[in-house]
Design a binder for this molecule. Structure first.
Ligand code: ABU
Length: 366
């Protein structure tokens, strides 16, 4: 029997992974769930449509290089089949004029053991993104008799799913931080909404960030779906745009996590780690003051690394502080250039999705 799908965390030895592709990527039009991420003074405001071809080509060069580096280390790499994202999405509940990309597979696909879940994403422009991964999932289904292929309940993304005018252009960063602290986010609790990248997998424990892309109803869904797991809602009050946990709280090996020093895990939520002997270390400061042009993510993609095993990690080559810190933490570091891919949906972790890591479902927090 061929076992194709197996992954319980982000640090056991990686053997098979999906690496995204930037082809046909678009900047999507604003919509209730996404307008908040475009700063008021950004040249991206109000702009949408296909991304410039030369940026797509540069991103693909770095994505292909990531795939090559992984293959050279014996990791099997699969790639999605991008659609023409420059098409509207029309459903009975909404219309938006363009899709986005399939570059960050980590947002779309969540691997838990022998199961891959297609996430219930909250962006209308990402409604069909999972289709780019269907040929691969179909292949895994043919090859692996134990592979569980799951689609989370399809959200309708009607107007009821969002707080309208939630992001008034005059809202300051301070006000955004107050909202984060109050857990007051753009989505409502009308339906289950989550991005896979909000879920941190640590064996029997799933730590799920409650933020702009994941709501409380999603946590309830995970609780019911995995009754034998512990589901922890976590939040990081210092983050004005809480989208995805993987530039905030990143495990490197059993017992060691780096935490974004601007987005510290609250004392109460740290207890489970400390009680079980885990060390939470402040991540190094990013080497860059700004993200690259047309990038939705923050400079903290510096810590969005891809762990290959308990001793090896891939880090973006210009992130000198992070490289140095990884070295001090006892990791062997593989630096690779990746900033040209950032604008397409994120860093090294975002740009990948686990298919197979060695290891089994451990109980790290008994
Ligand atoms: N997809 C990760 C982005 C997180 C950040 O912008 O900090």
């Amino acid at each position: 029997m061929t076992k194709i799908v197996n992954s319980w965390n982000d640090f056991d030895p990686l053997k098979h992974v999906i690496v995204g592709r930037a082809d046909h990527s678009c900047v999507p039009p604003e919509e209730p769930a996404t307008s908040e991420k475009v700063p008021v003074d950004s040249p991206m405001r109000g702009m949408w449509g296909p991304r410039p071809l030369e940026t797509v080509e540069k991103a693909n060069i770095q994505l292909d290089n990531l795939a090559r580096v992984l293959e050279e280390r014996g990791v099997k790499v699969d790639r999605p089949s991008p659609l023409n994202w420059n098409q509207p999405v029309n459903t009975p509940d909404f219309r938006t004029d363009s899709m986005m990309t399939c570059m960050p597979p980590r947002d779309t696909l969540l691997t838990i053991g022998n199961e891959i879940i297609e996430a219930a994403m909250s962006f209308r422009c990402r409604y069909w993104e999972y289709l780019a991964f269907r040929p691969l999932l179909s292949q895994y289904f043919e090859q692996d008799p134990n592979f569980l292929w799951t689609q989370a309940p399809r959200p309708r993304l009607s107007d009821k799913s969002y707080k309208h005018n939630y992001y008034d252009e005059k809202i300051s960063i301070e006000e955004r931080l107050v909202r984060t602290a109050n857990k007051d986010f753009v989505t409502t609790e009308e339906e289950i909404l989550f991005d896979a990248a909000d879920v941190l997998r640590l064996g029997k424990d799933l730590f799920i960030q409650h933020g702009l892309t994941t709501n409380r109803k999603a946590m309830e869904w995970f609780k019911r779906k995995y009754p034998n797991f512990r589901i922890h809602a976590v939040n990081f009050p210092g983050d004005p745009y809480p989208i995805h946990i993987d530039a905030t709280f990143v495990p490197l090996r059993p017992g060691l996590i780096i935490n974004n020093p601007h987005r510290k895990l609250p004392v109460e939520q740290r207890k489970i780690f400390e009680k079980n002997g885990w060390q939470i270390v402040d991540a190094a400061m990013p080497a860059h003051k700004e993200p690259p042009p047309l990038c939705y993510s923050s400079v903290w993609l510096s810590m969005n690394c891809l762990v290959l095993d308990h001793k090896t990690v891939i880090v973006e080559a210009s992130e000198t502080n992070q490289l140095e810190q990884m070295d001090k933490l006892g990791m062997n570091v593989i630096p690779i250039h990746f900033r040209d891919a950032y604008a397409f949906g994120g860093g090294l972790h975002c740009s990948t999705a686990d298919v197979y890591r060695e290891g089994s479902c451990e109980d790290y927090f008994p």
